[in-house]
Design a protein around this ligand. Sequence first.
Ligand code: ZN
Length: 336
Amino acid sequence: MPRYRLLPTPAQEAVLRDHCGHARYVWNLAVEQHSHWRPGRAGAPGYLEQCRQLTAARAENPWLAAGSQTVQQQALRDFAQAMTAFFDPANPARRPSWRKAGRDEGFRIVGRGRQWDVRRVSRKAGQVWVPKAGWVRFRWSRAVPAGAKSYRITLDRVRRGSNRRGRVRHAIGRLRARETDRRKDWAEKTSTGIARRFDVIRVEDLQIMTMTRSAAGTRENPGWNVAQKAGLNRGILGSGWGLLVRRLQDKAPGRVEKVRPAFTSQRCSACGQVDRDSRESQAVFRCTACGFASHADVNAAINIAAGHAVTARGGFRDAGPVNREPHLLASLAGRG
Ligand SMILES: [Zn+2]
């Protein structure tokens, strides 16, 4: 595979690094989804389903939508190909694993035309079109294969101890800081607003830290936390959720109550009936008893705001005294 040295402007370099960061982020979400899979359990989502989830995740996460859909989708396709190679009995490859910042950084563009193109601008230089970055110069060190349908951009593995390595590290550090800052900003603003507006704040007790470990379920809580069903969005929200809850507890001490989400998605918030068939789809709740219909997340959030974990028979559990009016509708996609 011929390789060419890219010569991006500093502004373009920042865009390329964003692409690397997003590709790694999406890849790692896919790794996390698939880490929940065990023999005998329903399959983890495939490429098409993940692409659908990515579209939904982009709609709800502006920082993700600011990046290139092509780049993010290709990260999912790369992951799907890596999984296929992993399961190939003739020539098994390593199981796809986490990508760390600063290692294996890169992204892929497929499909020439609208997505990318390449042109020669002088004897020694060409330009390649990169989404969001525009025409990026590269050293035309050899002929570009006529039929090329995809290309990959990778960060150098630059020499240990060199200045450039330090610079790359630094830039990657900045990129990570920007991602973290956006999530922090969101948690700060949201928690301040909620703490001001509401007396009692009830949040779904997601137990983010144990999400991976408890995915298989225990005897008491059989598999309520099977995360792959919920999709990429849960992974994204999950990483901000723990932070939001912590900041809420700081800003509204004693006023934050955690509610276990078990069965809250199957309970009708209008009549109290618990029936898994009321959950028509991931998004739609329609009560089989009284016909109450609502977005499934809103219905579950009303149950959570009412302040009670729900038992399988529809009764309330741990119902403490309620002396202030409950308000908060805090909801996450994909309750069990
Ligand atoms: Zn009902």
